[in-house]
Design a binder for this molecule. Structure first.
Ligand SMILES: [Zn+2]
Length: 386
């Protein structure tokens, strides 16, 4: 009897650690903000920052267990912090598989998957255990639920007309956030083209082709094959274009980028990246390819973490942006934070005005800052959303 009792308490303790303590601990450990003194932002920079429509192409905040309507003292983004940082448009990307031992050089497609364990610890529904599409849909449902529960602070945007409505509403509600849905890697299709329509129906408007490993569509920049688009990949891209899904080639092999450029009649996105010429990193594709993407009308969104920009200070983010403007022009550079994407940054969403400050310090014009901070993203969405 005594033994049974002890057994019960051990199991209970394990469950409490796994389901209650582990998710916030993991979140806190993965999505770090370096400790720092408050940043000083001039009146001029703050005034400019407050007048901007700010857009960010990439944040993985839906992966974690935080209630985004509440402000937390860990992780990078939630609605209150986004509003303090004046973020208007946010692409919420959904991570569905992440290889153990993840690195920028070489990951096997067979490596065991970290998201399975994370989903288990966060009590994701049973269907997500075996289906990557279900993982994407589950995270999308969180955004739908937030938009329904907190309509004064979040509006889901899936079309040009909803974007216009959002801009209209923001005139009287200056803290309204427009949320969009994207995938991180098209292994989320579970190898089934019909899932493109299924995800589209649930609001997905951007799909990235690969993540850290080669998938059925083609090679990853961090995979083992270095291959271009497969026939399945070509079919998937064609279907995405037909539906009006924006194509993100972050994490794709250079061959996949070349193939997709040739195949697509719409400009590509690199939703979170740095530039090789500014930061030589296996995370970044070549400057020449970035120029081709931009020449076709695409956008390159700059991240805030070391692996992409060789440093994570606000001044380094500004330096990467300035380099990008020099390389591809001010109409083709945007923001792609990778907030809550298991990266270490030196500021969270609430402190974004420091970037405006650093861009002013770097002698960019107000017009250039307006474009990079969100103007280019807004224009892209106004043109290419269905
Ligand atoms: Zn990523």
């Amino acid at each position: 009897m005594k033994k049974t009792f002890l057994f019960f308490w051990v199991i209970a303790l394990v469950l409490i650690v796994l389901f209650v303590a582990a998710p916030p601990m993991l979140d806190d450990e993965q999505n770090v903000v370096v400790a720092h003194q408050p940043y000083s932002v001039s009146e001029q920079a703050q005034a400019l920052h407050s007048s901007l429509i700010i857009g960010d192409w990439h944040a993985d905040s839906l992966l974690w267990m935080r209630d985004l309507t509440q402000q937390y003292d860990y992780g990078h983004l939630d609605f209150p912090r986004m509003q303090q940082g004046n973020i208007a448009l946010q692409m919420f990307t959904t991570v569905t598989k992440s290889p153990s031992g993840q690195n920028y050089d070489r990951n096997s497609s067979d490596a065991s998957d970290n998201i399975t364990l994370l989903g288990l610890a966060q009590r994701w529904p049973l269907a997500t255990w075996t289906s990557l599409a279900e993982r994407a849909l589950f995270q999308a449902d969180k955004l739908h639920e937030l938009a329904a529960r907190d309509a004064d602070n979040l509006m889901l945007i899936t079309s040009r007309s909803e974007l216009a409505e959002f801009l209209q509403r923001r005139q009287t509600n200056g803290v309204l956030i427009g949320g969009l849905l994207g995938t991180e890697g098209s292994h989320a299709l579970d190898g089934d083209l019909d899932n493109i329509q299924r995800l589209f129906n649930r609001g997905f408007r951007m799909m990235s082709l690969q993540h850290f490993f080669d998938n059925k569509l083609g090679g990853s920049l961090h995979g083992t094959s270095g291959e271009g688009l497969t026939q399945f990949g070509r079919d998937a891209v064609a279907k995405m274009l037909e539906l009006g899904i924006m194509l993100d080639v972050s994490h794709s092999s250079e061959k996949v980028v070349v193939d997709t450029l040739a195949l697509s009649d719409k400009p590509l996105l690199v939703s979170h990246t740095g530039f090789q010429g500014h930061c030589q990193s296996a995370r970044n594709i070549s400057d020449g390819l970035m120029q081709q993407i931009a020449a076709a009308g695409g956008l390159i969104a700059v991240g805030y973490w070391d692996g992409a920009i060789c440093g994570n200070s606000p001044a380094t983010v500004a330096a990467a942006i300035v380099y990008g403007i020099g390389l591809v022009g001010e109409d083709h550079v945007a923001l792609g934070s990778d907030f809550d994407g298991s990266v270490t940054t030196s500021f969270d969403g609430s402190e974004l005005a420091v970037i405006t400050q650093e861009l002013l310090n770097a002698n960019l014009s107000e017009e250039q800052i307006r474009k990079v901070m969100g103007g280019n993203m807004l224009k892209y969405l106004q043109t290419y959303l269905p």
